[in-house]
Design a protein around this ligand. Sequence first.
Ligand code: ZN
Length: 163
Amino acid sequence: MSELSKIEDGQVVSMDYTLQVDGEVVDSSEGREPLEFLQGAGNIIPGLEQELYGMAVGESKKVVIQPDEGYGIIDPDAFVEVPRDQFPTNIPMEVGTEITVTDQDNNPMNARIDSLDDDNVILDFNHPLAGKELHFDVKIVGLRDATDEENEHGHSHDGGHTH
Ligand code: ZN
């Protein structure tokens, strides 16, 4: 494909990025391989995917994304009170401690301790970036047509991913 191609659905995009929240870098591809994903397949957050259409290799952009197009707004129902004695004793009982619990179907779910008293712990199951405005700096470093198999699977097969 020509170097003048622009990002559209069905293309595998390689992208360097830095994500800042509240003025601090919380994620970046710096020092790593670029992020690779299939455009139009919902591999990345919707607000960012939307802003990438029409970009070409070598182009950079700053994108500000509101919570509802990013990691969602904070869900008050995602705070759950759990009796303190249900936690293993090796877990630090402090605000901010990250823990993984399993739901009824044995799926792992990440939570953080939001608050606690002598008897109970409030766990916050919201995504850590829920409710946050996301500030991305992105640079497109590669672009190619997806293979039929990638389109069928809905993801890129670069980076050793083969299923
Ligand atoms: Zn696959």
